[in-house]
Write a new protein. Sequence first.
Lengths: 318, 325
Amino acid sequence: MDKSLALNLYATMFRIRTFEEEVKRQFEDGNIPGFIHLGSGQEAVSAGACAAINHDDYIGSTHRGHANLIAKGGRTDKMMAELFARETGSCKGRGGCLHITEMGVGSLGANGIVAAGIIVANGAALSAKLQHNNKVVLTFFGDGATNQGKFHEAMNLASLWSLPNIFICENNLYGEATPLAQHMKLKDIAVRAKAYDMPGVVVDGQDVLAVYEAVSTAVKRARDGKGPTLIEAKTYRFHGHHIGDPETYRTKEEVEEWMEKRDPIKLFKEKLIKEFKVKNTEIDPIEAKILKEIEAAVTFASGSPTPDPASLTRDVYV
Amino acid sequence: MAENRLMTGKDAIREALIEEMRRDKTVFLLGEDLEQATFGVTDGLIDEFGAERVRNSPISENAIIGASIGAALTGMRPVAEIMFADFLMDAMDPIVNTMAKARFMTGGQAKVPMVIRTPSGAGLSAGAQHSQSPEALFMHIPGIKIAVPSTPYDMKGLLKTSIRMDDPVLFFEHKMLYYEGGEVPDGEYTLPFGKADVKRQGKDVTIIAVLAMVKKAMMAADMLAGEGIEAEVIDPRTLNPLDMETIINSLKKTKKLITVEEGARTGGIGAEIAARVAEDALDYLDAPIKRLGGVDCPIPFSPVLEEVMYPTEDSIAAAVKQLLG
């Protein structure tokens, strides 16, 4: 991998983290309504995966979708404005955290219903096949989603029709407040691929390069017409299911250990310096630029108008 | 001048599919058993359009509707078939939470130009899970256009419009109407949504009926005409949008309203029409509104029991006479 791609991966992860931590502050300050699901800790999955596809490829996303969208190229100012429920937001303040979407960069939508995006992603992959345009789809979902019937219906259909859909499970070890061992017998979700005669791959979701490699292989397979792959990225969310989650289902020590030893951004920064011979003086300006970008996003969001109540029903129908 | 042909409902729908698939390469079909279709609507279409565009699907209603939504979001115009309207319940999540809301939730970024065709209705002793008329259930969900055609002419014209529409459409096909004949003109035509059809003019009472109940209402109107009562029969043809203007204009004349549907009466199509009339046109009425519909009961297998579930031409005529005093 060349150094510029590595630096891009780092920048994407840093952008996601900075955005998410700022969102947390803004929520706690009372500037953001609703329920917020943060992706801090899971940055390497989105960053590594989306770097392996093109701008005109698609992603399907989840309730924890900020990271997916930022990695696909979503604009952080519009995203922040969306979370502030402003008319200038990605979805004009109609979607919020659960439905944050920028279709112009290939997002098919974020979903408040667990596993809802998986079946829709198949349709975009089917379009690619029918339009012969060689596009692929990455569909993100959590460990909990793989217990839904929709996941299994989608896996079967994608396999049967050789759809260019790459199933990316962000296994963060908890389905909301229920630990993995209490919601399935399996140690590795990737083995579910066997039931649908597709490759199932386990990857370290805290290692952005490992994710990038695994997704690149799956993307090549999909573009070659060989169909879908299930990739299970083992990862961890640093915050609760949503901001305000009392987190009685895991210990502080466990969280602290992941943050200290398994932070994907810290790990990759070390790798950049050691293996890619990147100097701190190259990283600092990247970080400074992103910090400014997110600061500007907050300024943009807080200065934007709220939706006009008279426009309530504007986009129910075309 | 275009000539009229006598055609069954099934063939009218089939012809609409063929014409639209020939006209627009982005139109394709997916659903269960499309090659040997339960009611024969899509039989043989694979020969002309191939397996790419006539996609026999696994028995996975969520996957079928989900794939249709995703394809519609990315430049295609899928027409999904759900083998029985009862099976819509399998896919309530993608229909209600995704298909109906995608445009709104994205602030207008998305459009979902897809159609779900599905046979509803009883009459075949098919039991409680293959006979329902759940049309009204979906009137409660903003974001879904709903068609309920009653004649081959309406089926063809409304299906062609549905396929060309940029909003998602739920297209109900009453299974007893697949084999009923009707006149369909040669050549191209489409019919608008939100435009009711006055199937018979009359001055004494307004009967609103949909799907298979339109024929029963027409038979009742014939019977009543023999007794000097002139019933006006209106078929809304689409439930969303619902053409209240035509209904209210009729009430200005007749001052009496009866609604007839096959679905359960409670929370039904008639309930919504009655409520809107009560809000906007109560002053025109000189008698209480009468709603006829399916009994609030799961649909039985026994033909004897099934027969007493629904309004008939006799019960409609009796209700009219009761209303007229």
